[in-house]
Design a protein around this ligand. Structure first.
Ligand SMILES: [Zn+2]
Length: 108
């Protein structure tokens, strides 16, 4: 069963190990990230530990941040594209913006 990347450091399957934990009568298995040492929930079998790791909850705040970061990166990419597309004629734009810049400076 392929394991989802570590939610803390994004390490992939190669960095994730399944370890037994506890004593033999209470033996449980847990997925551990060898990069950041983050541990998944313990389970009675290795397969159940892997299922728990893959089914972990992503808080809505974290999902929103990941989405926002992707949006910011897309905006940066668009800005880079248009900067490259309009590259030489920046002076007319700066000249057009200069009066507003001076107004901002006067207010400050
Ligand atoms: Zn990790």
């Amino acid at each position: 069963m392929p394991l989802k990347p570590c939610p803390f450091c994004n390490s992939d399957d190669d960095a994730l190990d399944i370890f037994p934990e506890g004593t033999v009568p209470g033996l449980r298995f847990v997925v551990v990230c060898s990069t950041c040492r983050m541990r998944g929930p313990g389970a009675a079998t290795a397969e159940a530990a892997m299922r728990s790791w893959n089914a972990r909850h992503t808080p809505p705040e974290v999902a929103a941040l990941v989405e926002a970061a992707a949006l910011v990166e897309a905006c940066r990419e668009a800005i880079r594209f248009w900067q490259n597309a309009i590259y030489p004629p920046m002076e007319p734009i700066e000249a057009a913006l200069a009066p507003f810049q001076e107004a901002d400076d006067a207010e400050a």
